[in-house]
Design a protein around this ligand. Structure first.
Ligand SMILES: [Fe+2]
Length: 298
């Protein structure tokens, strides 16, 4: 064990650095989770209007046949985009800006302030293959962004759990390392990268990590940590949960393919001492929210 590891002991930060994920227990009050879950169940399926979805398009709810389970997950419900959905937005905002959440994140990376870039409210489990979230959102250098998964109901082994391949924080497998060129479209590069990464990682039958999380728990993984979703049984069945992507505010922002040397000029909606909500230029233009974030002091 090295000097730093022995100083850190068996802390969340050490676990996160070595394995790329951490499961925190009892972060949020169960009553708050239940109230949010009820608000989501009562408001969202009955909402007749369009809302931005996971694919970035504004759409009305699309349900799995014969159910009230939405299959096009609503995107960024935490932003104040619809007065009809305001109670749900407010409940989401309260959860994802909870001081207890900032305290846990600080245990992992020591940051003082976070920019929340996106939220997705899942009513049912999506089947996803092995992938890394860095292609959507990351930092410079890679590996500093976090994905949070917050169950809004108790989960069991048939729920459709996110599953992690334990992975040292910051470990990057580049396209070059996989023998891939980078002169194709982004969609092609994404598909070919993940195909090659899956083949490389799965050939030795790795151990994976999943947790039967309960209401109030929180699972966090890093932007470079490979993960997938186990199938749910039966399907579809309710797997109400919230996914949150965020980055420490003081770091440079990038993605898997773009690693700028400068800090970006970014719009945010300040939410609390510890959190701000990222606001895209599209949202700023269409809804008139968001102010320029102060540049971090280098
Ligand atoms: Fe993911």
């Amino acid at each position: 064990m090295g000097m730093i590891d022995s100083l850190l002991g068996d802390s969340p930060r050490r676990h996160y650095r070595r394995r790329g994920y951490y499961v925190f227990r009892n972060v949020f009050p169960v009553e708050q989770i239940d109230a949010l879950a009820d608000t989501a169940r009562n408001m969202m399926p009955d909402y007749p209007g369009e809302h931005i979805r996971q694919d970035g398009r504004a759409e009305v709810n699309d349900f799995y046949p014969g159910t009230q389970l939405i299959r096009n997950p609503p995107f960024n419900l935490h932003l104040p985009l619809s007065s009809d959905l305001r109670p749900l937005s407010v409940a989401l905002q309260a959860l994802i800006t909870a001081p207890a959440l900032a305290d846990r994140l600080r245990e992992l990376d020591g940051a003082e302030h976070y920019h929340i870039n996106q939220t997705l409210l899942f009513f049912a489990a999506q089947t996803t293959g092995f992938h890394i979230d860095s292609w959507a959102l990351d930092t410079v250098p890679h590996g500093g962004a976090h994905t949070l998964w917050i169950p809004l109901r108790d989960m069991d082994f048939k729920s459709g759990l996110p599953s992690i391949l334990p992975w040292p924080m910051g470990k990057l497998v580049s396209e070059q390392e996989l023998g891939l060129s980078s002169d194709r479209s982004h969609t092609d590069r994404y598909a070919r990268y993940h195909e090659a990464l899956s083949a490389k990682l799965l050939k030795d039958g790795p151990e994976i990590a999943a947790a039967l999380v309960r209401r109030g728990d929180l699972m966090v993984w890093s932007s470079l940590t490979p993960h997938f979703t186990l199938p749910s049984q039966p399907f579809p069945t309710e797997r109400l949960s919230l996914q949150v992507l965020l980055r420490p505010a003081h770091v440079k922002w990038g993605s898997f393919t773009v690693q700028p040397t400068d800090y970006p000029n970014t719009r945010v909606l300040p939410a609390s001492d510890q959190f701000s909500f990222f606001v895209s230029e599209d949202i700023h233009r269409d809804f008139g929210i968001g102010e320029m974030a102060p540049q971090p002091i280098p």
